[in-house]
Design a protein around this ligand. Structure first.
Ligand code: ARG
Length: 460
């Protein structure tokens, strides 16, 4: 096949080079954006009198037909036509003849690919945003059911202080809310229209860049033609936002994996979200959570890959940059695969409230509150810490929890301890007296859930 750029060449490219050079295998997924961008460009060329108005109309009509042909599976893309941009242009010229040859006036594939990729990622960003909002919604509903489900909070994976499941879930709400904010910040920086940058040095044609930007829904146009075609920071930044989402999902998955183990038994995944073992009949494995944790590695890998691809490229465009697509596409696909599965997995799991409560009762999670009890009776905190430390040591030797010690036993450690110690160190008191903003008390978490709902409802 004759190349669109073949004029200067005496020989055809080697078949191996065609295969090697071609990106159609993976960039064909940008066909919608490519066609939309070309239509806007053609309309602008016609409006500016750079090409005849009738040709612009023919181009737009031809592109519309090509779009529906692609969507109906009638188009076979050609490796020889290299990439989605030249495939579409070839389809157009085959279809409408000479008018099609005018489409690329004042444009280079360098600004075209920069445009298409930005548009593609902005479109995907909308879907990821919706999935994140759904996750926030699922977290709020689940939290709402568990504002009085007491469970142990951990530090160093050692039981630390009692909290509630709702409080724990709302911690993730905060994290995913920030991920959403990061996605929205990224959108602001990606939302620049690069057409008009040409190959690198702009163009002498009187293009109306602002018109094209507005037509395509961009907030503004890029401010430097070299930068417009040669940075991929918008893809890298998205990969970083996606990595953060995966990191949060993965931590949560790690907890769910632990919590479903026989040692914890805090949750049980629904049968529809678990798998068995081919040899061990008793097994019910949290594969879905494990796979999400595993897929986190590949998204991080894509972030590193993109950063490394870009780090040594002199301005402006270099072919290295064709390597931006597979990693960012896969990072996007992976997050879009994980988010809905994760939402359904947590929405369908069974929470073992009783095991969470007994987990909170064991392990002296109320020791801080016992010390605070002494402080409220006038003892300096450091002294109270030491008294309770000795109490814990004693209780361990008797194989008792703090609230199982008798008042006589307490009195051996401090005579200011009275009957009211039992109420002061009950799980309910430990949780519900922590009414401080951000704390686990039932009323505080209910207020946080209410604020969370208002936030979710305010998202446009
Ligand atoms: N397929 C190319 C890419 O993905 C399009 C841009 C090609 N430009 C060029 N000057 N060879 O980067």
């Amino acid at each position: 096949m004759a190349k669109l750029w073949g004029g200067r060449f005496q020989k055809n490219t080697d078949k191996k080079v065609d295969d090697f050079n071609s990106s159609i295998r993976f960039d064909k997924r940008m066909y919608r954006q490519d066609i939309k961008g070309s239509k806007a460009h053609a309309q602008m060329l016609g409006k500016q009198g750079i090409i005849p108005k009738e040709d612009a109309d023919k181009i737009i009509k031809g592109l519309d037909e090509i779009l529906s042909e692609i969507e109906n599976g009638k188009v076979e893309f050609l490796i020889d036509a290299e990439d989605i941009h030249m495939n579409v242009e070839k389809l157009l010229t085959d279809k409408i003849g000479d008018a099609g040859k005018r489409l690329h006036t004042g444009r280079s594939r360098n600004d075209q690919v920069a445009l298409d990729l930005r548009m593609y990622l902005l479109d995907e960003g909308v879907e990821i945003k919706e999935m994140l909002v759904h996750l926030l919604d699922v977290l709020l509903s689940l939290a709402d059911e568990h504002t009085d489900t007491v469970m142990p909070g951990y530090t160093h994976l050692q039981k630390a202080q009692p909290i509630t499941l709702a409080h724990h879930l709302m911690a993730y709400f905060e994290m995913f809310k920030r991920d959403l904010a990061r996605l929205s910040d990224w959108r602001g920086r990606c939302n620049y229209m690069p057409l008009g940058s040409g190959a690198l040095a702009g163009t002498t044609y009187p293009l109306d860049r602002e018109f094209v930007a507005e037509k395509l829904g961009f907030a503004c146009v890029t401010g430097n033609s070299l930068d417009g075609v040669s940075d991929r920071d918008f893809a890298i930044e998205l990969a970083s936002v996606l990595s953060m989402i995966m990191m949060h999902l993965s931590r949560f998955c790690e907890e769910l994996i632990l919590w479903s183990s026989h040692e914890f038994q805090f949750v049980e995944m629904d049968d529809s979200y678990s798998t068995g073992s081919s040899i061990m009949p008793q097994k019910k494995n949290p594969d879905v959570a494990e796979l999400i944790r595993g897929k986190t590695g590949r998204v991080y890998g894509h972030l590193m890959g993109l950063l490394t691809t870009m780090k040594g490229i002199p301005l402006a465009y270099n072919k290295d940059m064709q390597e931006d697509k597979e990693p960012i596409f896969d990072a996007v696909d992976t997050v879009k695969l994980c988010l809905p599965v994760f939402c359904d997995m947590i929405a369908t799991m069974t929470v073992r409230k009783d095991n969470m409560l007994s987990g909170a009762r064991g392990g002296f999670t109320n020791a801080t509150d016992a010390a605070d009890y002494l402080v409220k009776k006038g003892m300096p905190f450091r002294e109270a810490h030491a008294v309770v430390g000795k109490l814990v040591f004693y209780a361990i030797s008797k194989d008792k929890a703090l609230d199982e010690l008798t008042l006589d036993e307490y009195k051996q450690f401090s005579d200011i301890i009275e009957q009211d110690i039992y109420d002061a160190i009950s799980m309910q008191t430990c949780v519900n007296d922590r009414k401080i903003i951000g704390g686990p008390a039932e009323e505080t978490v209910k207020a946080a859930i209410k604020a969370g709902r208002e936030f979710v409802n305010s998202i446009e």
